[in-house]
Design a binder for this molecule. Sequence first.
Ligand code: IMP
Length: 438
Amino acid sequence: MSNVVIVGAQWGDEGKGKVVDVLTERADVVVRFQGGNNAGHTLVVGGEKTVLHQIPSGILHPRVKCVVGNGVVVNLEVFLEEIAKLRAKNVKVTPDNLLVSDRAHLIMPYHQRIDIAREKGAGEAKIGTTGRGIGPTYEDKMARKGLRLCDLLDEKVFDAKLRAQLEEKNHYLEKRLGAEPFTFDEVADKFHTLAKEIRAFVGSTAPLLDREMRAGKSVLFEGAQGAQLDVDHGTYPYVTSSSTVAGGACTGAGVGPTWIDAVIGISKAYTTRVGSGPFPTELTDAVGDALRKKGSEFGSTTGRPRRCGWLDTVVVRDAARVNGLTGVTLMKMDVLSGTDPVRICTGYEIDGKVVDEVPASLEVLERAKPVYEDHPGWTEDLTGLTTFDALPNTAKSYVRRVEELIKTPVVMISVGPNRSETIVLQDPFAMPKRWQGK
Ligand code: IMP
């Protein structure tokens, strides 16, 4: 048995859904531990695409139990729609293979309306959120004003808490944001109906995980977003509102750190970002446009075009450190075919000095000029390759150089969207705890 955490090593959208799907072959339980339906995990199985926003990517494996942990914020309508869509594709979804924590917080309609109205009012200063109400939901959680799934199961408790919240939120919506308020009945009626549908899937998830791990089962923790979107370690305030790093798996699933055996960071072979905020290696030229086109870099949640740039190893090295990564998977290597040279950012020049970590201050980061190393490209189509040896020499040396720069071994390389288009260098479930470097 082994318990493995999968996290994004950049700004999200690295391809975590595919890696989780591939590694789920080896897992018994897959757990989401943070974020909500701001995430969009795209899986391609047998050429068929499935995008999941709330349900763990392990759901396509009928043998596996999927858990939505206490650290996740849940949009119930999206959750139930996803169940319906999966069932329409003949995927098994029952309370036996899907459980959501009774401690998880609900994304309420007022959270989403506040998110959208704030962004609209912020003009140039907007965060570029997904508009799903994620920030306002986590704000209420921390302010101890949130509504949880356990509240929903008791109509009286739910109604009382909702009434108190609506009073406050309607005032804020109308008076501060100039947005429409909600009536108690419209929200309460909707949630009473949703409660009936979700009830069977709600339970106590941390004790379930404890039982599974003590029974020797393997758990895969599926992170959403990426280290640079982490509320503590990311490019604040252009971040999401949860702990996207590996430590978040422990708090967001209710599992102690001593249970974690390996942490795998997912990174593209280049970099993308959606939403506002600094992005030192961004390419606003034809090379960036080509990466966007070839890599189909459009958001799976919002459809927004992703900003594209060279691989920034300052960012991935940061992720290796804050997550304690034991391995990295390099995604979309095939997209770099035909690009020559391929540039790697090794550090930032800030005010005449070269630094090798992402500074805390955005004002300082905005002055960062990437220091690049040029690497010879390759023209061969990589799709269909299944071994490291089969890669062109320049692609191999690119991978080896990246490993050196991020001080972490590359354990998998993705060369196409399908499960089968994956080169496995080392089994993440059988990895040493920490790599000491070469
Ligand atoms: P929020 O999570 O909707 O509040 O958005 C905050 C920031 O995180 C914005 O820049 C979003 O574009 C970004 N973000 C949130 N979720 C994802 C994701 O799954 N992939 C990439 N970016 C994300």
